[in-house]
Structures are given as C-alpha cells and as structure tokens.
Design a protein around this ligand. Structure first.
Ligand SMILES: [Zn+2]
Ligand SMILES: [Zn+2]
Length: 443
C-alpha cells in the first residue's frame, strides 16, 4: 500500500510530464475567450480532452457545462474538482476578442488546465486504485455575473433559471451525489502570495432597474416631459446617502451602472436603465442594504413623477469555507512553495457562486499566484504559468489525495463534521424567494 507521499510523487510526476501540454491548453483558452453561457468552443475543447484521456463525461449541462467522473479502487465519498469555463468582457485587455471584447481577465483559463491536470494525475494506474470514492471533474459555466440582460433572456426562454453556472448545476441535481468540492482560482493580490487560503466572500443579489418617464422636446417643451434620467440620478444620490448606514464589518458594496441613459439628446429621456449588485458579507447585510436600495430607487421616481420597475435577481450566496480542508491544503501548499510563500486572506469583498456550493456542502476555494494586474482589469494577465497552472494543479491534486487516500478517512471526517446550511432542494427554493419584481408609480 503506497503512502500518501508516494501517491503525491507519482501524481506530480505526471503533471510535470504533461506540463507543456497543460500550459498550452490554458493559453488556447486564453486566445478564445467566451463569456458565461456562451462557452461553446471552450466546452468543446474540454470534451475533446476528456475523450482523449478516456474520462467518461456528460456535456451540455447548464448549456455549456461538463462533468467527468473517475472511480477509485474502493467505495467512498464523491469529491468534485472544478474549473470555470467563462471569461469576462474587458475591451482593452491585451487578449480581448476584437469583436466581442471577451477576455480572460480573471484567470479562468488556468482553472480549466488545473482541473484537467489534476484529473490526469489522479486517474493514473499508480494512484486511482489507492483512492476511495469518486472524483467528479467539473467544467462549470458562467461564474462571472455579467450580461444580465442576455442571461435574463435565457431565463425567460427557459434555457436556464439562475444566472450563474454553479447555481444551475445545483438546480439540475449535478451536486446531489457530491459530498465535498474544491476549485483553485488565480490571484494577483500580494497578501495571497504564491498559494493562499481565504476565509469568506461577500454574497450578492443583482438588480435590473428601469425608470420610465415621458418624452418631450428637450428644448421646446421640457415642461411636458418626465425626465427618467433625473429620476435615476436622484436614485443614485439617495443610494449614496444610505452608505453611512452600512456597517463596516458587513463590507456592503453597491455599484450601479447606467446601461441606457436616454434616447436622443434632443428629447427628454423617457427610458433609462440601470443594473447594480448589492453585496454583503452575510445574507442579513445583503437584504438590509437591498431594502435601502429599493427605497432609494422609489425615491428617485417619486421626486420627478416617473415610474420605476425594479427586478431583483438571485445572485450568489456568501462563501464560507471548510476549515479542515483549508488545513490540509495549507500543509500541501507549504511543501510545494515553502510556508513563507503561503498567504491568508480573511475576507474577499467580491462574490463567487462557490458561495452557493458552500451553503450545501464543505468546500475549499484556495488561490494560486502567477498573475499581475488588477482582477477584472485590462492589465490582469498570467505571468507565471508554471505557478498558476502546474503548481496549482499539484496543490489541488495533493489535497484530493490527502482527502481520498487511506480509505478516504479525511474526506469522511470532513463530511461527518460539516453542518450544511441547507440541502440542494432547500437552496433552490430559497433562491426562488429572492427573486422579486415591482413597479412603483407616484401618481
Ligand atoms: Zn472574476
Ligand atoms: Zn474568477
């Protein structure tokens, strides 16, 4: 019976042997960026790779997702390892698609390579028979919560219900037979160093807002119009005046954009559209801020006699990670890069749909360095693929081995000691309660 250290050595040797292939794969995805629920080429590439590797898989899950599966030598729990398929849209990014503006400004192209590299390493003859249970390799769509208009259209057409990939996977039952899950994300944040664990992430709801006024000649008869842009401007000011009521430790973030500001400069704007997120560290904080935002939106409409249509769309839940899985990861990270190069970030104010998975099972969402620039910015690029893909894949693989070798003793312990907030069915029902639409007119 090989020791865990021997299994890791065998797995790492395979990752090293295929390092060039894995880096090339991530760069191929970088060169073909596709935003969420449009990742058809990226999904085809993952399917091709699963096929070459001999991994049985299903595709077309949540439109573009894939789920492969490899089975250990004896019974045990099921662990998911994940990579995200989608890009952002950042027109000025050096690797942006000239037509769509799609760009990998969050490093997801490395995640797919890490997930596949880890699968390659774990499925070897010298490793897999010594693991207990199953490894489910998931390529998940649409983590970046963008293009709300497009996705809401997909929702109305019945192609999806939730606007993120992992919530869709949960709704479709793809996590129903999974007991614990992990993925790796790239980082450029200095305190996260080369490999890092993080504590919590903000959750969020999304909002689509329309102010409806009345068009009129902007020069000749503005007194006959109702200016929807003025309503939106007042609403945003009212949101800002509420910021002093947000509690610092709740890390609330409200960041509206105007997606349509009027029709023609010579007419009083009659149709103004906004989108915003309302983020916070806890669900209570999100709901409290969301009530204040709704109040501010109504106030803007009320002041000028416009109508406001507010649509609240479930976003992502706050992420809380499993501490036992974090400890296992940190030990492996220390071995791989030296403990001085292992970082810790207690809270991130962005949001991820791994938060939704964390509501239903133990999860681990560590970070790997190698990136420079600002996440989601035009300057966010991977400089060190050896770290971001190869070391990342090894850290993930070693963590899976620690959990699933020796009769999956550690994984069983993690699962037995974990109290999930809700079941996947409860999650789906809860998310449905977050959806709301209202129309408010001041007579
Ligand atoms: Zn991102
Ligand atoms: Zn990301």
């Amino acid at each position: 019976m090989p020791t865990k250290a021997e299994l890791k050595d065998r797995a790492f040797a395979e990752i090293d042997r295929r390092a060039d292939e894995l880096v090339r794969l991530s760069q191929q995805i970088l060169a073909n960026p596709e935003p969420g629920f449009r990742e058809f080429k990226t999904a085809a590439l993952v399917g091709e790779k699963f096929g070459e590797m001999g991994v049985p898989f299903r595709s077309g899950l949540g439109m573009t997702g894939l789920r492969g599966e490899i089975i250990g030598g004896s019974d045990g729990p099921t662990m998911a390892i994940m990579g995200e398929l989608d890009s952002l849209i950042v027109n000025q990014h050096p690797h942006a698609n000239g037509e769509t503006g799609a760009a990998h400004a969050c490093g997801h192209h490395c995640q797919i390579a890490m997930m596949l590299g880890s699968t390659m390493a774990l499925m070897q003859e010298g490793v897999l028979p010594h693991l207990s249970g199953r490894i489910v390799s998931m390529a998940v769509p649409a983590e970046e919560y963008i293009e709300i208009e497009y996705r809401d259209g997909l929702r109305r057409d019945g192609k999806i219900e939730f606007l993120g990939g992992k919530p869709e996977f949960i709704r479709l039952g793809e996590f129903d037979d999974v007991h614990l899950a992990m993925m790796m994300h790239t980082t450029s944040t200095p305190i996260e160093k080369q490999l890092a664990t993080t504590g919590t992430n903000n959750g969020t709801v999304a909002k689509k807002i329309q102010f409806v006024g009345k068009g009129a000649h902007a020069g000749g008869s503005p007194h006959l119009g109702i200016n929807a842009l003025n309503a939106a401007t007042l609403a945003m000011t009212a949101i800002h005046f509420n910021r002093e009521t947000f509690v610092d430790t709740d890390t609330v973030r409200v960041h509206p954009i105007i997606t349509k500001g009027g029709e023609a400069v010579s007419a009083v704007p009659a149709d103004v559209r906004m989108e915003t997120f309302v983020r916070g560290k806890t669900l209570d904080a999100i709901m409290d801020a969301n009530r204040k935002v709704d109040r501010a939106l109504r106030a803007g409409a009320m002041a000028v006699g416009a109508t406001v249509n507010i649509q609240t769309i479930p976003g992502y839940l706050p992420m809380i990670q499993n501490s036992a899985m974090q400890e296992i990861f940190r030990a492996n990270a220390g071995t791989l890069v030296g403990s001085d190069n292992v970082g810790w970030n207690p809270h991130r104010t962005g949001s991820t749909d791994m938060g939704d998975v964390s509501a239903i099972m133990p999860v681990l969402h560590p970070y790997v360095g190698g990136a420079t620039g600002i996440g989601h910015g035009a300057d966010y690029v991977i400089q060190d693929y050896q770290l971001a893909v190869i070391t990342g894949a090894k850290a993930m693989t070693a963590t899976v081995i620690d959990l699933m070798a020796d009769g999956a003793e550690e994984a069983n312990r993690v699962v037995a000691n974990h109290r999930a907030d809700m079941t996947s069915r409860e999650y789906v029902n809860f998310m449905r309660t977050l959806a709301a639409e209202e129309s408010h007119t001041e007579g």
